[in-house]
Design a protein around this ligand. Structure first.
Ligand code: SAM
Ligand code: DTB
Ligand code: SF4
Length: 344
């Protein structure tokens, strides 16, 4: 059986629930095995995030400090100059990052001068030999095509939460809008980065349902960020309880098993985790982290890149070199089918 044909797209909610509810150490053990079948467990991809346009967003995502309607301390900043962005990317590359993700607080991309500038940024970062990723809100098929032609490698557009819980969190767009943009990204031949956030007040069933959406896509997202809510003062979710590290571990391990070839990104929330807790996430199958400029993700605190490199050293892990995300999940001969059939 070819490796690709072992990837399942017909998961049921009950099957994912059964995996998610395994005793934690059993779950981590199984996920770690799947991780080793599909990826080199000694490598972690460092993806540097840069907010190229900050704040003032018209959307009402209740977790987000960049929504104009909430009274947060975040300063609005217009689109950064292209040269500045390329400088940031060059520095990130020198520091050990192999992927560079540019984020804009937009509801959607508009066909204007700002988009022309983003196209130039994509070309510039691509020329540095990094995997270039953007997250700019909703995209049409033609806009996705333009980004692809400029050399865009990946587009981040998260499902964020379950279809059932979506309207509790965001009212200015729908779950189907998200799916539609992901389909446009796919049609243009750009790889998909899509995951979600835990700690929004959702139930375990919602988390399982979000993973079901991702795991039943006709092609799995090449990259799946798992974020813990970064609580931002002034947003409706500012007083939500902190996400426990074990909840991240459980979510990452389940994602690793049902999406075996994808990169699983340990995303927002690391600032509140110890190195040991992050090590559990790597054991459970996370193989990427976000770093940010000036020890921030976009607008919230995050460990700095040198701290992260030190942590990887301590754990005997190394930063993934070059653009490997696509091939990482296809490198080894697999006993994945066996591992899966032994479950339960
Ligand atoms: N505006 C675009 C959009 O929403 O698609 C792109 C940027 S937005 C910051 C990208 C993703 O970051 C969101 O979909 C959400 O999953 C994540 N995110 C935003 N604020 C967050 C927070 N406070 N905690 C955790 N994740 C967050
Ligand atoms: C993703 O899933 N997480 C990153 C990236 N994609 C764009 C963003 C997390 C943002 C966390 C809060 C902030 O600093 O704005
Ligand atoms: Fe805007 Fe994105 Fe923040 Fe939602 S998550 S408010 S779309 S920047």
């Amino acid at each position: 059986m070819s490796k690709k044909s072992q990837i399942r797209h017909d998961w049921t909610k009950e099957e994912i629930e059964e995996i998610y509810n395994l005793p934690l150490l059993e779950l981590v053990y199984k996920a770690a095995n799947v991780h080793r079948e599909w990826h080199d467990p000694s490598e972690v991809q460092i993806s540097t995030l840069l907010s190229i346009k900050t704040g003032g967003c018209p959307e009402d995502c209740s977790y987000c400090g960049q929504a104009a309607r909430y009274h947060t301390d975040i300063e609005v900043q217009a689109l950064l100059p292209t040269e500045k962005v390329i400088e940031h990317a060059q520095k990130a590359k020198e520091a050990g990052a192999s992927r560079f993700c540019m984020a804009a607080a937009w509801r959607e991309v508009r066909d204007n001068r700002d988009f022309d500038r983003v196209i130039d940024m994509v070309k510039g970062v691509n020329a540095l030999g990094m995997e270039v990723c953007c997250t700019l809100g909703m995209l049409t098929e033609a806009q996705a095509q333009r980004l692809q032609e400029a050399g865009l490698y990946a587009y981040n557009h998260n499902m964020d939460t379950s279809e059932e819980y979506y309207e509790e969190i965001i009212s200015t767009r729908t779950f189907d809008h998200r799916i539609n943009t992901i389909n446009n990204v796919r049609k243009a031949g750009i790889t998909v980065c899509s995951g979600g956030i835990i700690g929004l007040g959702e139930t375990h069933q919602d988390r399982i349902s979000m993973l079901l959406t991702l795991a039943t896509m006709s092609k799995h997202p090449e990259s799946v960020p798992i974020n813990a809510l970064a609580r931002v003062k002034g947003t409706p979710l500012e007083d939500n309880p902190k996400v426990e590290a074990w909840e991240m571990v459980r979510m990452i391990a389940t994602a690793r098993i049902v999406l075996p070839s994808s990169m699983v990104r340990l995303s927002a929330g690391r600032i509140e985790m110890t190195e040991s807790e992050q090590a559990w996430c790597f054991m459970a199958g996370a193989n990427s982290i976000f770093t940010g400029e000036r020890e921030t993700l976009l607008v919230t605190p995050n460990p700095g890149i040198s701290e992260d490199i030190q942590m990887l050293n301590t754990l005997g892990l190394k930063p993934m070199q070059g653009s490997k995300a696509e091939t990482s999940g296809n490198r080894k001969n697999s006993n994945y089918a066996k591992t899966i059939s032994e479950m339960g």
